[in-house]
Design a protein around this ligand. Structure first.
Ligand code: FAD
Length: 422
């Protein structure tokens, strides 16, 4: 029995207004499919720190006409460089357009990226396209559609359910819908690496648009990239950095949990490279958030009838290859295309799963075993964590390039196949 106060809509219901949900709504709208987003947050805030958008994600967002808006907020990454914790150079490769891709690689504040998507959704789908403060608590389905149940995210009070043609779950790493489909799964898996994600104002380093990876996890690893273009009047740039340290510490998995710089300073105390004084840069961050590196085991299916998962709800992954947002964007685009070509909702959702499940699951597993920063692991092990005389004594350029090129193929952003994609 469907309660009489139920709200009803013709199209699909998008659950979660994060990166995947908003991209999905824009893609559906672009193909003439009406939808609405139900988001648990009472209001969107500029949360988080930086993330990277690689050419495969930017390609899809460009097709939605968003590249100029993104470019206004982003740094176009020139190159990715790997160093030891002593500041010794291992390998550099150009990135995005500097590597000959048609699409750029962007480093961008997650809040700015999210706002670009929110603005586009409200402008194109209407001011009421995103319904805030609706925490999804479950979904039922029958032959004609789905009934999604909601609670007020602030008070916890049950709200009237909403009826639609399909439930598209983009509700992130703690997805309520995933929990309903896989009730025995438990929390995300922590495998012993904790992250401190900081933002500092600091002098530009190297090209001013270089993403750096340095060190290794058992002695401390850093990922560093700028989030603003050029120096300001004080000669400073906004620099995003992530300290990754092997540790049994597994704090609450909340994107906004504040970190304490004293927990990481000893690990990086002697990191003073000729081109960047890392130890000083991280001393007084403007923002410092703590988050454990977690993921979930790949799922055997995402789709159950008229319900499906995408983005982090489907495949949360270690943030070690810049693919968290990108894979969610690819899901959203594929799902919208399948819903356009397949009028039957259940068949469309199954076709989407057939296109994306294996590919995304492979990225989850590769981010555990052989992400691009495996370069650092090899050098760390072969050098015995000691300074080397010459990098060629440890590893050849071909072997280094093979590690990053192999990852590009798995994640779907190698130049040849991306350029050939219709
Ligand atoms: C506040 C926040 C800050 C983040 N900061 C960073 C960062 O700094 N760097 C980084 O690399 N990644 C960050 N991420 C994660 C990153 O956005 C995702 O890993 C990736 O972009 C995949 O996007 P997604 O849409 O699948 O998930 P998310 O972007 O996590 O979006 C999920 C959305 O669903 C909503 N939601 C959750 N549960 C429910 C529910 N029951 N009902 C309705 N809505 C629900 C959430 O509020 C959120 O808006 C952040 C995520 C969030 C939510």
């Amino acid at each position: 029995m469907i309660p009489s106060e139920i709200l009803s809509m013709d199209g699909p219901i998008v659950i979660g207004g994060g990166i995947a949900g908003l991209t999905l709504a824009l893609s559906l709208h672009d193909l003439g499919i009406a939808c609405r987003i139900f988001e648990s947050a009472p209001a969107f805030k500029r949360l988080g720190v930086g993330l990277n958008l690689l050419p495969h994600g930017v390609r899809e967002l460009s097709q939605l006409g968003l590249q100029p808006a993104l470019a206004r907020h982003a740094v176009e990454t020139r190159e990715m460089s790997f160093y030891t914790r002593y500041g010794q150079h291992i390998f550099t490769e150009p990135r995005g357009r500097f590597a000959g891709y048609e699409w750029p690689q962007f480093s961008i504040h997650r809040g700015d990226f999210h706002q670009v998507l929110v603005d586009a959704v409200r402008e194109r789908l209407g001011a009421d396209a995103i319904v805030m403060n609706r925490k999804c608590i479950g979904v039922e389905q029958d032959d004609a559609g789905v009934t999604v149940r909601f609670a007020d995210a602030t008070t916890g009070m049950t709200l009237p359910p909403v009826r639609g043609s399909a439930a598209l779950a983009c509700d992130g790493i703690h997805s309520a819908i995933r929990r309903q489909l896989f009730p025995d799964e438990g929390p995300p898996a922590y495998q012993g690496i904790n992250m401190w994600r900081g933002v500092s104002r600091w002098k530009p380093y190297l090209t001013g648009a270089t993403m750096v990876q340095a060190g290794w996890l058992d002695v401390g690893k850093m990922v560093i990239y700028p989030l603003s273009n050029g120096a300001d009047d004080d000669g400073l740039q906004t620099i995003n950095w992530v300290a990754e340290i092997q540790s049994p510490r597994n704090v609450m998995q909340d994107w906004n949990l504040e970190g304490n710089v004293a927990d990481i300073l000893p690990t990086f105390a002697d990191w003073n490279f000729p081109w960047l004084d890392v130890a000083s840069m991280i001393e007084k961050p403007e923002v410092l958030l703590e988050y454990p590196m977690v993921d979930r085991d790949p799922l055997p299916f995402w789709t159950a009838g008229r319900i499906t998962l995408l983005g982090d709800a489907a495949h949360p992954m270690y943030p070690r290859g810049g693919n968290g947002a990108g894979q969610g964007i690819l899901d959203a685009r594929a799902l919208a295309r399948c819903m356009k070509t397949q009028p039957d909702a259940a068949a469309a959702l199954k076709a989407y799963e057939a296109e994306r499940l294996d590919a995304a699951n492979r990225v989850v597993l590769t981010n555990r075993s052989a992400p691009p920063d495996a370069i650092l692991k090899v050098v760390h092990e072969r050098s015995g964590d000691r300074p080397f005389n010459h990098i060629d004594d440890l590893i050849s350029r071909d072997e280094l390039a093979a590690i990053t090129d192999g990852y590009k193929r798995v994640a779907g952003f190698d130049k040849a196949s991306l350029g050939a994609k219709p």
